[in-house]
Ligand binder design. Structure first.
Ligand code: F6R
Length: 259
């Protein structure tokens, strides 16, 4: 993994935007998109780059990592609606409504939806760049601790901590946070040709330490990324605060990316 440690979340988002903008003109480009707060500054940059004529995702397809089960179709926190707002609305990033794929968790059969979603990623030729956030408990997508490290898109249950963390999107009421989701599995995520994980803020410091320096374990699902040959971890200083080898990662980044 390559670890980029930046002074601010904006600097980390700049780097993530650069990676996507440099790659997105590849014919049939497929972007994997995350929701949550962390990638929002990145999406702001992709919209700005589109408005400035520097980026255009109109020929691309995008696949979300996950979707809540049991959320109303028109709920603003349904991930399809969040991503439509962030990437599609008012010209957004150029991405079209039809090219934004999210697990269809409204059918009453989330298990079938999960299987179909996994197949649809494969049919699109796989994900070129997968944007990821990380939960404080080490989840990526909604792959919570204790699951299979090679899982396919599946139906999962959110941990109490994740529901507490996400209550801020649901009137600060944990009871309003769905308990289930359809999520790309870790095996599915690992098939993306490049992984770009963003983590910002002190609340992610434990998860980032385990991700980068811990042993690979279902206790910290993101640690499977250590097995990927093209994974980049972009963090701000507070999220990097518990990394034992932070100085080395900084020197390595400088040598490889700013030489
Ligand atoms: C969202 C997702 C999650 C989030 C994670 C961090 O699609 O897959 O793994 O990336 O929960 O969320 P934030 O960025 O809100 O801290």
């Amino acid at each position: 993994m390559h670890i980029g440690i930046f002074a601010t979340p904006d600097d980390a988002a700049d780097e993530a935007a650069k990676i996507i903008i440099d790659a997105h003109t590849r014919p049939g480009f497929v972007l994997g998109v995350a929701t949550g707060s962390t990638p929002l500054p990145l999406y702001t940059r992709l919209r700005k780059a589109h408005a400035d004529g520097k980026s255009d995702l109109s020929g691309a397809q995008a696949f979300a990592l996950d979707e809540y089960v049991g959320i109303a179709a028109d709920h603003p926190e349904r991930y399809r609606n969040v991503l439509l707002t962030e990437l599609v609305k008012d010209g957004g990033t150029g991405l079209t409504d039809e090219a934004l794929h999210t697990p269809n968790a409204l059918t009453g059969d989330p298990y079938k939806a999960a299987e179909e979603y996994d197949a649809s990623i494969r049919e699109a030729g796989g994900v070129d760049i997968q944007i990821l956030g990380i939960g404080a408990d080490g989840h990526i997508g909604f792959n919570e601790p204790g699951g299979s490290l090679t899982s396919r898109t599946n139906v999962g249950a959110l941990t109490e901590q994740t529901r507490r963390d996400n209550a801020r999107f649901f009137d600060d009421d944990i009871d309003k946070v769905p308990t289930q989701c359809v999520t790309q599995g870790l095996g599915t995520i690992m098939e993306a040709r490049q992984l770009v994980l963003l983590a910002t803020g002190a609340a992610k410091a434990d998860a980032v330490r385990e991700l980068v320096e811990g042993g690979i374990s279902a206790r910290w699902p993101a640690t499977i990324m250590q097995m990927h040959t093209n994974a980049i971890v972009l963090v701000d200083e507070p999220a990097a605060a518990k990394l034992e080898l932070a100085d080395y990662y900084k020197a390595q980044w400088k040598a490889l990316h700013q030489a």
